[in-house]
Design a binder for this molecule. Structure first.
Ligand SMILES: [Zn+2]
Length: 408
């Protein structure tokens, strides 16, 4: 894979060929398909400069299957060659106060638990480097950050001097990096070949008895229970529950230190160490396989009804005046493209100034600044992530606006 810097990937046909027949996490041929969309944008966080390019954005197929052996869920039709992560990739949530607070708390917890001041910390998929930088600020330690989307001009922390950032993908060659602490946040869900990735991580700490791993990623339990299809998209080719994540780490020889959820139960967090996978703590959530398989079946039978309900809600709101979405990330792209929404939604608000004036992949809705709402006078604001309702409602009222407000 390469580190290109174009605004959007060069259009190319989806040549996914025959779908994967084995589980990318455990290797078993035990896949059961349950959710399929023929055409979804291959990226939902890349900024697109024109409406035309946004509408013609390259698409791929979503074909989700659950492994009945380990509970892992994957997009069988995923083709990594269609993905182009570059500095234009705007994944950062650092502009939200709620997210910043969560991240700071996490950093403080990690430093308190593992005393990282004298350790070399490696972050795989560090994005713009906010987490690793804060870890180094709080602990005084040193770090290595790996991500093709890192942008040095956005990092003005004094701690950045102690961090070596590499604009590249984590790959088997990185197994030679001997870090004491490996963080990997919101990255594993983008990895197709999960086993190869975990083999590299395991190799990099082979023979060590004190290396710590800290992974964070979206949880799939809530997505299935709430039929939250807007959290299913092409960039996320791999979906875990607490149980399937724990099983993955044990299979790769790690001992579990902690297994829990955070950010109002939206994220899975796992802490593990080199050791004996048959020893250490065990967690109730590790027994979730039957519940996951049942939840998948329930999602499959109820999803069409979910689509109908949301389309009816939107029709009602649009009859009262302009409707805007708040939050232009992957949830918005998936919500709009999956339901096939056009003019019923006026535009999409985002507080990230780097996104203003750009367009959403797939439907081509324009991304606007919150201040633009004063001209639009929306009748309804649909918030893409319920965790931001209080923060956003305050912002809307502070502008003197009083639309109806709801969250997905
Ligand atoms: Zn499996």
């Amino acid at each position: 894979m390469t580190n290109e810097t174009s605004t959007a990937p060069a259009p190319k046909a989806s040549t996914t060929g025959s779908p994967t027949t084995h589980c990318q996490a455990c290797g078993e041929q035990a896949l059961d398909g349950f959710y399929s969309l023929p055409k979804v944008p291959v990226h939902s966080c890349l900024m697109v400069a024109s409406k035309e390019a946004a509408v013609e954005f390259p698409a791929g197929k979503l074909d989700l299957a659950v492994c009945t052996s380990c509970g892992f869920i994957q997009n069988r039709a995923y083709d990594p060659s269609l993905q182009n992560y570059s500095p234009d990739y705007e994944e950062t949530q650092g502009f939200s106060g709620t997210f910043r607070k969560f991240q700071t708390q996490l950093c403080q917890d990690q430093v308190a638990r593992y005393g990282l001041g004298d350790k070399l910390m490696l972050e795989i998929g560090c994005g713009k480097g906010e987490f690793l930088t804060e870890l180094c600020e709080i602990s005084g330690g040193r770090g290595i950050g790996i991500d093709p989307g890192y942008r040095p001009e956005r990092n003005d922390s004094e701690a950045a001097e102690r961090i070596e950032f590499r604009n590249e993908f984590y790959a088997p060659g990185h197994a030679s990096l001997r870090a004491d602490y490996i963080a990997c946040r919101h990255t594993l869900e983008h990895i197709g070949d999960v086993r190869e990735f975990m083999n590299t991580v395991a190799e990099s700490v082979a023979g060590r008895d004190d290396a710590i791993l800290f992974f964070e990623l979206p949880g799939t339990e809530r997505i299935l229970e709430e039929r939250a299809f807007w959290d299913l998209y092409y960039e996320h080719c791999s979906y875990f529950t607490l149980g399937s994540l724990a099983r993955l780490f044990r299979r790769h020889g790690f001992e579990l230190v902690d297994l829990y959820k955070g950010y109002e139960d939206q994220y899975l967090l796992i802490e593990a160490k080199t050791g004996d996978p048959t020893k250490g703590r065990t967690f109730d959530a590790e027994g979730d396989l039957a519940a996951t398989l049942a939840s998948v079946q329930s999602f499959k039978s109820a999803i069409e009804e979910k689509f109908r309900g949301l389309r009816a809600d939107l029709d009602e709101a649009a009859s009262r005046g302009p409707v805007v979405l708040w939050g232009s990330g992957s949830k918005a792209v998936s919500y709009l493209t999956t339901l096939g929404i056009g003019d019923q939604v006026h535009s999409v608000v985002d507080i990230n100034p780097h996104k203003h004036g750009k367009f959403l992949a797939g439907t081509g809705h324009e991304i606007i600044a919150p201040e633009a709402l004063q001209d639009i006078q929306p009748a309804h604001v649909l918030i893409m992530n319920p965790i931001y309702v209080d923060e956003i409602t305050r912002d809307i009222h502070a502008m003197g606006l009083s639309p109806s407000i709801a969250a997905l």
